[in-house]
Design a protein around this ligand. Structure first.
Ligand code: DP6
Length: 332
């Protein structure tokens, strides 16, 4: 129809994606597993503009230029190649999450863009194909095609390049019906991050002596995580989540030069999480490429956990998220 609008929500990895084995095809070094949230959706419209000289990109109503525009234009180029089309487009993307603050705006952003662009260019695509497509924009975006828990397959058996491209995608992961979780987000600093996750993971892979051991332990974490989700064991899910995230940050701290995303307030939040556990609550932290701390807990205890974190980190804003839906087309 030449015009489409899609909505996608961010996802937070419980088993992290950190490092690519193939930059061009965005193929990861290992599988990862995430939870899609019900907060901070991105809404993206794509309208074909046959008369325009090139792609226009509006982010939050502002014309994007430089690398931000180029990354979206490169993605549209890929969609056009797959669809056998040539027309440029206007992309209008609105985010409800602070961009660049480690709150996974690239995940919701490229998931929504993949769905809207595929529809606008008439590319017939099911969720699996859209997950593969979103992956090319930003690795973590492939998981936001699905609601709830999702696993992104690294497809190591398929090797690399085009062969692995066909099978490296996310799939929903079943969890025990009784497992009702919340993710309490401690927004420590909503400013832009110092080093992009793309550049930071490249540096980690190239220089950190802890990188390979972390990947090896992450493979085991993923197997144990699937079992813990199937069993509905929140304490096991939380323990695996927290150790996987701390391990990822250890690999970055050992990179040369070091990449450090955690701020003093992040550590204050981690202390508060430990104190909650000492009081008998199941609360476990995870952190991405930024200082914010996300705390996994039982849905029924989320307001108690949020209150404790507000008290411990008064300068932060605290948001309670629940599992959310996969990316979907809303118009077009
Ligand atoms: C720390 O998906 O943003 O959030 O593929 O280079 O776009 P690119 O990286 P990106 O990395 C996300 C890293 C992470 C962990 C995760 O979401 O699994």
């Amino acid at each position: 129809s030449g015009c489409a609008v899609a909505v996608a929500h961010p996802n937070i990895a419980l088993i992290k994606y950190w490092g690519k084995r193939d930059e061009e095809w965005v193929l990861p070094a290992a599988d990862s597993l995430s939870l899609t949230l019900d907060v901070f959706p991105t809404t993206t419209g794509v309208r074909l503009a046959p008369q325009a000289a090139g792609d226009r990109v509006l982010l939050g109503g502002q014309e994007a230029t430089g690398p931000a525009q180029a990354r979206v234009a490169d993605f549209l180029h890929l969609v056009r190649e797959l669809a056998g089309r040539r027309e440029p487009a206007v992309v209008d993307s609105r985010n409800t999450v602070p961009t660049g603050a480690g709150l996974a705006s690239s995940a919701s952003g490229f998931a929504a863009l993949a769905v809207a662009a595929a529809a606008a260019y008439g590319l017939a695509a099911d969720p699996a194909a859209l997950s593969r497509l979103a992956r090319r924009g930003s690795g973590s975006a492939c998981r936001s095609l699905f609601g709830g828990f999702a696993q992104w397959h690294a497809a190591l058996d398929a090797g690399g390049g085009a062969a692995a491209d066909r099978v490296s995608l996310a799939e929903p992961v079943p969890a025990a019906a009784g497992l009702e979780v919340a993710l309490v987000i401690v927004v420590v600093n909503a400013g832009p991050k110092a080093v992009s996750s793309r550049a930071a993971m490249r540096r980690t892979v190239a220089t950190s002596p802890l990188y390979r051991p972390w990947v090896a332990s992450s493979v085991q974490d993923l197997t144990q995580m699937r079992a813990a989700l199937a069993a509905g064991d929140l304490n096991a899910v939380g323990e695996i989540t927290e150790r996987n995230a701390l391990g990822m940050h250890a690999t970055m701290l050992a990179a040369r030069p070091a990449v450090r995303y955690l701020a003093p307030a992040s550590l204050t939040a981690l202390d508060a999480v430990l104190a909650l556990r000492e009081r008998g609550l199941a609360a476990y932290a995870t952190m991405d490429a930024g200082p914010n701390v996300k705390v996994l807990c039982a849905a029924g205890q989320a307001s108690q956990v949020a209150a404790a974190l507000r008290e411990a980190v008064p300068q932060a804003s605290v948001v309670v998220a629940r599992p959310g839906p996969g990316a979907r087309l809303v118009a077009g």
